[in-house]
Write a protein that binds this ligand. Sequence first.
Ligand code: ATP
Length: 469
Amino acid sequence: MDIEETQLYRSPSDTDLDFSFTSTATDRTIASSSARSSLTLSFNDCLSTATATTTTTTAASSLHHRKYDRHWSAIETATNLSTDGRLHLRHLKLLRHLGTGNLGRVFLCQLRDSNNANFALKVIDKDSLTKKKLSQVKMEGEILSMLDHPFLPTLYAHLEVSHYSCLLIDYCPNGDLHSVLRKQPGNRLPVQAVKFFAAEVLVALEYLHALGVVYRDLKPENILLREDGHIMLSDFDLCFKSDVVPTYDRRVHSKRMAGSMRKGGDHCFGTFSRRGVVVEEEVVEEEFVAEPTAALSRSCVGTHEYLAPELLSGKGHGNGVDWWAFGVLIYELLYGTTPFKGGSKESTLRNIASSKHVNFHVMEGEDGKGMEEARDLIEKLLVKDPRQRLGCTKGATDIKRHRFFDGIKWPLIRNYKPPEVRGLVAKKGKSHSSSGASDRGCFIPSEEMLVDAVEEGRWRWRWRQLVEK
Ligand SMILES: Nc1ncnc2c1ncn2[C@@H]1O[C@H](COP(=O)(O)OP(=O)(O)OP(=O)(O)O)[C@@H](O)[C@H]1O
């Protein structure tokens, strides 16, 4: 029996994925532990049974946008040297335990013969999981295998060894946005920093939605920070997939302009002032929209403070839950708390479900540049009726146009210099989201990590057993 299978991943176009989705709702059990952990009220979605096709060739990276970076090169070297051309666990060395999640443990690791590329290895013991969690593991593997985007993880390899499922992805040495937020005065970031992180999250969500993926677990804890300070959205176990029909829509809007009647390829209809100067033009623009507007699920999953009202009603929800959570995220980054937070989880849920509008905390020096625009955007995202909520019809296309994001050159966002905020040490000269490289030298173990080390000792022993299988 073949106990070890390796999947090296191709770009989305090479996978054979079924985007169909059906959903039913039955039980409503809550599985939740820590204060801000993700919850699952019911998880009876009939997940797609199709998975990415299994391949073990090194050509897997040939279409990936980062095919020339040191991570893929390291993998390619290891697989070239491997007798069967596959990557095995014995090719990896674990450096330290990074954390433990709902599904498994995450380790910092490198390839044995190359120490210039760091990876994160998520190890999931499938024997210890319930059926519900196993379906989440499957979903996470499926979603990761589809991704090829600078603000999302690259899945370098998926190894199935005995009852362990191991996902080799990008390592983010700067921790998560939640920890960074906790290091700021008042747990708040300056507007310009919020604008940067929100813009990157928006682009990542736009990509996921274009693939028909509704994320459902947006929160600062799931926004990891790469070595270069750019973001990487993580945790795809609560996602669901749906059909998406990309369209080119015509948008008619007015633009204040002086001068010529025709600009670029746009059709313009001019209005003239008395002096014969064009003051306003009606512009017709073609815009690309790929938003899973027909997505439907009835499973109530997510994190309390970030749940959209339609998720609580149990009558079904779709793409709009991510745009609601996007509003909560911007609020939390600016105000240091979430907008509907109550004294307990129950009262938070009651506040979300009530007809109360979002309330803005009064803060010292709040009326800095961009705050008014931020509040307007938040209000448009935190609309209780998803049909009226910004983003629900045309996705990120509409949100990008909001004046909070004025000045952002979307195609250049990967090259923007990340903001200098406390607790974020972005390495210079790496503005292309190449993650990895050693963080040795700046690693000071915390007490918690020392406790972890005892656990880690046990893990290393188990790891050796696995590798020697
Ligand atoms: N790619 C990564 N780079 C660096 N650290 C990571 C990476 N992925 C995960 N971690 C760390 O490992 C911890 C566990 O991650 P994991 O994704 O398994 O669970 P989680 O984020 O707690 O979410 P959930 O339990 O909902 O799956 C995280 O809290 C984070 O600190």
